[in-house]
Write a protein that binds this ligand. Sequence first.
Ligand SMILES: CC(=O)SCCNC(=O)CCNC(=O)[C@H](O)C(C)(C)COP(=O)(O)OP(=O)(O)OC[C@H]1O[C@@H](n2cnc3c(N)ncnc32)[C@H](O)[C@@H]1OP(=O)(O)O
Ligand SMILES: O=C([O-])CC(=O)C(=O)O
Length: 379
Amino acid sequence: MSEEEVRKGLAGVVADYTAVSKVNPDSNSLLYRGYPVQELAAKVSFEEVALLLWTGELPTEAELTLFEAFERANRALDSRVKAAIDLLPLDCHPMDVGRTAVSVMGANDPLAKDSSPEAELEKAKSLFAQFPAVVAYDQRRRRALAVVPPRDDLNYSQNFLWMTFGEEAAPEVVNAFRVSMVLYAEHSFNASTFTARVITSTLSDLHSAVTGAIGALKGPLHGGANEAVMHTFDEIGIRKEESRLEAATRAKAWMEDALEKKKKVMGFGHRVYKNGDSRVPTMKAALDMMIEHFDRPEMLGLYDGLEQAMDEAKNIKPNLDYPAGPTYHLMGFDTDMFTPIFIASRITGWTAHIMEQRAANSLIRPLSAYNGVDERHLG
Ligand SMILES: CC(=O)SCCNC(=O)CCNC(=O)[C@H](O)C(C)(C)COP(=O)(O)OP(=O)(O)OC[C@H]1O[C@@H](n2cnc3c(N)ncnc32)[C@H](O)[C@@H]1OP(=O)(O)O
Ligand SMILES: O=C([O-])CC(=O)C(=O)O
């Protein structure tokens, strides 16, 4: 096989059809089941987006009411999941906790061995309902705080923040969080979704596919970048008393130095979008809202300084993880909880793809070009 036929990283390879979402780098657009993601972020709840991704249509009022009731009834942290989390050390990464939690949920799910479309949808809904409690509990146990039980008078985003912080979040914070969940929900054949599809293609079960997807999401070239963005901010130094301009100047200098040293700066660049990520303006507006709400202009200075310096030096634009990281920071999440929040959102897209893969399956098994030693023999 010739060198040209090898497509490293499967770059540019179209691996299958999907009707779940359309990423169009030319028009810089992203459609979930035909709807522009910006419109969804402006007008609908994350619960509605989940149903849209799974079923192909936005729910009727009755369907939404039913789903909301299910979600509210299944939010509490399962005692078996809690017991498994309690066995994990406090210094393991929260993504390890998320991965373990989904695995435990799979082992205990009575529908685990049932791969019918109805059972798959039920399992997707259960994961959607149950995962926020995992993130919230893990955040709290790391701060030596007790579990906060869910409240069924709150919507998904309100309750997520309630279980994490033990107080009702301001409406602006809830809205920014909801927007992030909508934007993170789905993005065609990204590495974690493709992982979930590969696992599903062997006719393995839904929880195994989601567990594998979490492993793929953890890396800093993918979902782990939202956490890495915050490490960059921390390295530059967040100084609350500083003006926006002073912060921007320091951030620019940091970026110039990093690029001089040929460092890869997380939160910038994308395999598909080369002229900017379609979701960034909407997420940046949510970040702006948080900066105003918490009165933290220096964060905007850091944000702008890095972005401008990267643009000037390399013409590389931010991806969704760039505005999402500082948004979660301002909300009060610890940095290593950012990617588990991404899991809570992407569970919707992953499970939609798992169902799509199963419905028209073909084992995913590409070829490789051998470049090892020539054939040889023992003795
Ligand atoms: C939700 C998400 O998962 S969005 C993605 C989150 N990931 C990140 O933010 C990690 C940082 N970014 C990257 O590593 C890359 O941009 C990727 C992995 C996302 C996409 O990469 P690819 O399409 O494979 O492009 P590749 O990594 O080959 O980069 C092409 C060129 O741009 C440069 N480049 C790309 N991204 C960056 C970056 N973040 N910082 C510095 N340089 C970069 C590369 O060094 C390379 O330069 P070269 O041609 O001079 O060697
Ligand atoms: O599409 C990708 O490669 C990564 C990404 O932005 C996502 O998964 O949201």
